[in-house]
Design a binder for this molecule. Structure first.
Ligand code: NHR
Ligand code: GAR
Length: 217
């Protein structure tokens, strides 16, 4: 018997390759229904990916709003019109206010290209190389008011090569992100992972450390 699908809206700002990974797995073996893709940038390539997959998309250009609050009021109205259970940030580049985050508490997650709590914020690959780390990766976390500071529940680790530059490292991490996000969404769709009192529960038990996706062969 097929599982009931969990509905979602995906927020993007750019290429949308993580969106593509979600679209591809939703089409085959993930009980996820992507109801819409919303971009804050009209030129985001992810909008074409949505069209190709026959998923509705909307553009909400933040530069046309006087401040974050009015942008977010419009964003919330747009999201809520699709009545999603989940809101998935996939390369979404606008910081969200505490009020917006509270509205989707426990239902909104983000993929971040670093092994959080290391390197929140931007330019993570460059900062990892500058620090001389031997390991990098990506994390999935519930979105809270603290940017990239919400509880992490799944990570994937990537070895840093001696001759890596920020671009080569970013590309290898991104490839792993495309395995990571569908795996994280699967845990949410199956109801195995949830947020309770600011902590992650896995199968009803507090999660002491983020789960680690096994390395690809
Ligand atoms: N909002 C909240 N409240 N909490 C989080 O955890 C968030 C969030 C919004 C976005 C994604 C995040 C990432 O994975 C994310 C997590 C953008 C910036 C940023 O500085 C920081 C973190 C993330 C995304 N944005 C600039 C801003 O002023 C604009 C940068 C740009 O447009 O290029 O919003 O890394
Ligand atoms: C991904 O590496 C994602 O983790 C990162 O941007 C890339 C988006 O790629 N997200 C952030 O840096 C959020 N601030 P995509 O558009 O091809 O999915």
């Amino acid at each position: 018997m097929s599982q009931p699908r969990v509905s979602a809206v995906v927020l993007i700002s750019g290429s949308g390759s993580n969106l593509q990974a979600l679209l591809d797995t939703a089409a085959s073996d993930l009980p996820l229904e992507i109801r819409a893709v919303i971009s804050n940038r009209a030129d985001a390539y992810g909008l074409e990916r949505a069209a190709e997959a026959c998923v509705p998309s909307r553009v909400l250009d933040h530069t046309r709003f006087p401040d974050r609050e009015t942008f977010e009021a419009a964003l919330a109205e747009l999201i809520d019109g699709f009545e999603p259970e989940l809101v998935l940030l996939a390369g979404f580049m606008r910081i969200l206010t505490p009020e917006f985050v509270a509205r989707y508490s426990g239902r909104m997650v983000n993929i971040h290209p670093a092994l959080l709590p290391a390197y929140p914020g931007l330019h993570t690959h460059r900062r990892c190389l500058e620090a001389g780390d031997t390991e990098h990766g990506a994390s999935i976390h519930f979105v809270t008011a603290e940017v990239d500071g919400g509880p992490v529940f799944l990570q994937v680790r990537v070895a840093v090569d001696e001759d890596d530059d920020a671009d080569s490292l970013a590309a290898r991490v991104l490839t792993q992100e495309h395995r990571l996000y569908p795996a994280a969404v699967r845990l949410l769709c199956e109801g195995r992972v949830r947020l309770h009192d600011g902590r992650v529960l896995l199968d009803g038990q507090p999660l002491a450390q983020p789960l680690q996706l096994e390395p690809a062969n």
